[in-house]
Design a protein around this ligand. Sequence first.
Ligand code: SF4
Ligand code: SF4
Length: 228
Amino acid sequence: MSDPHAAPSLDIRAVMTGEKPAPRDERKLNFWERMYLPEVVKGLINTLKHMFKPSATIDYVGPASRPDQRHIAAVGYRGEHYLKVDDKGNEKCVACFMCSTACPAECITIVGEETPVEQFGAQRFKHPKVFEIDMLKCIYCGMCVEACPKDAIGMTTTYNQVNTKRSAFIYDKNRLLLNNDEFMKSLGLERSGKDPKTNTYPLSPDGCGPDVTHGLADFRVGQRQPGV
Ligand code: SF4
Ligand code: SF4
């Protein structure tokens, strides 16, 4: 329906080219068109028709999901992070802050603390007391993984993050370690990332160990100097 009080709209093409503006279609709506009711009824009939058709929506993670519909990202996809552990179950992170320094989104918070020798061995001085990633700030660039000198952080293939609270997207150390456990289990690997069939670590960059000090822990236990 045309509004008699509306400002006349400009024919931009006519303004640009200097041509005479084309006559506008000012057809008046008939009674039923002005009532809108027939169109509303047509819309409702259309909705009812679709209610009884099979759904085209894919349930890609829920109970109705089918393997042929489910999207499973390949290993190497940059999804949620996980913190890796060594063969003894200790986190590999040494709280060096390389990842948080490299992170362009500044979404990693680390608070380091001294490690107990009896648990971590003498060659480990620090581990993270607090390790948090704000997943709402993260841009999933993988720079943290690249920067880590200890192969202590990785990214799972989990990409569907849904929650109703912002605070739920701040992943603490426990959550990141849980991600490790779930990801390794889904790949049929041990918690440390070791393949029990081949005794190798397929997700480590060199494939040969979860830590550059792997295997030296027992040898060096007790060598830490007092006060260091
Ligand atoms: S993936 Fe990128 S943005 Fe996310 S925590 Fe790592 S470095 Fe930061
Ligand atoms: S995850 Fe790696 S880079 Fe980040 S603090 Fe731990 S050891 Fe350093």
